[in-house]
Design a protein around this ligand. Structure first.
Ligand code: AMP
Ligand code: MG
Length: 321
């Protein structure tokens, strides 16, 4: 059920039920973080492994402080610059936060999402919500209320409609657990912007990617469409499919051989933010065309191109060794 009413949304959460919420990154599947039975439903509905912790969402840093969560200086600097926004801080956990939220870790991930209805909803609650992306584990994250409804509708109380997500990629995650800030996940806020505010290069040794897997759930085809997606040249696949049986997802230019109606361009003007906003919808659309395979083009490795490429690599079929 897609709803517009924030008072109704609040009631759903207060009763311990699941509500999908709009954010600027992707739609989240929210539950009262202090209600362990409600949090357990998130793992169950998403079929999410229990070792994969959840991000806590609220509307201000003061609220998190009230729940015993404190940010170190460098995190405060970033929060001042970018929160509300697509950045998540991993910091020491407080006793108020159930172990189920943090998957037993002594750190907790917190974020203030930048979305008017959700900020209003969060401000009206006397608890934070735990909210991973509102999709089945391993599938493409939802960027509209309709995406959520199509996949999880019958299993959750409601989806609060907040339109299309403006950023379209999950948040950038920085951990402050070891003293110096370290990048854990590439996301909707570019590294360049973060480094500018910190006035230092970010430590990227903890980055979760295919070359350096830190968490089993982050390995291999995490954003997988049903149709096999490849990142190499279309020419390499002519043995499996003709050009008419291929879909192309490109950054700014069309593929010269694949037919026009099978082409999805992320941003004709070459704008990274626009490409990020369109990425997950493009993967979904490519999948629904029902062709034999999808060829996707990697973006330049800068700005949001890094995070977009990270998601494309996870969506792709891995080369067989
Ligand atoms: P999702 O909301 O589905 O995009 O996933 C949330 C991400 O946050 C996961 O990749 C987690 O590994 C990460 N995360 C949440 N809490 C922590 C934590 N305490 N330490 C490290 N990573 C975390
Ligand atoms: Mg997710």
């Amino acid at each position: 059920m897609i709803i517009e009413d924030i008072a109704l949304a609040k009631n759903i959460l207060m009763q311990g039920n699941l509500l999908a919420i709009p954010t600027e990154t992707v739609y989240g599947l929210a539950a009262n973080a202090f209600d362990v039975a409600a949090v357990a439903k998130i793992y169950q509905v998403k079929n999410r492994p229990h070792f994969n912790p959840l991000i806590l969402h609220s509307n201000s840093l003061e609220r998190f402080t009230h729940w015993g969560i404190h940010l170190p200086e460098s995190a405060l600097l970033l929060a001042k610059a970018f929160s509300p926004g697509p950045i998540t801080f991993v910091v020491p956990k407080s006793d108020a936060i159930p172990d189920l939220v943090t998957a037993g870790q002594d750190t907790v991930a917190i974020r203030i999402p930048k979305h008017p209805q959700t900020l209003q909803l969060l401000a009206s609650l006397d608890f934070p919500v735990a909210a991973p992306s509102a999709n089945l584990s391993g599938t493409v994250s939802p960027t509209s209320a309709q995406d959520v409804e199509a996949q999880l509708g019958p299993q959750i109380a409601a989806v609060l409609n907040g339109g299309r997500c403006m950023v379209g990629l999950e948040s950038t995650i920085i951990t402050f657990a070891g003293g110096i800030p370290k990048l854990l996940r590439l996301g909707g806020l570019s590294i360049e912007k973060i480094e500018q505010v910190l006035n230092q290069t970010l430590d990227k040794t903890m980055l979760i990617n295919n070359e350096n897997p830190q968490a089993p759930g982050m390995l291999s085809r995490h954003y997988a469409p049903q149709t096999p997606l490849y990142l190499d040249a279309a020419e390499n696949h002519l043995g499996e499919a003709s050009y008419a049986e291929m879909v192309f997802i490109g950054f700014k230019q069309k593929h010269p051989k694949i037919i026009g109606s099978n082409q999805i361009i992320l941003s004709e003007s070459g704008d990274y933010a626009e490409a990020a906003q369109n990425l997950f919808a493009a993967i979904r659309k490519a999948d629904t065309l029902g062709k034999k395979l999808i060829i996707a083009e990697l973006l330049p490795e800068e700005n949001l191109g890094l995070a977009i490429n990270d998601r494309l690599k996870r969506a792709a079929v891995k080369a067989q060794i």
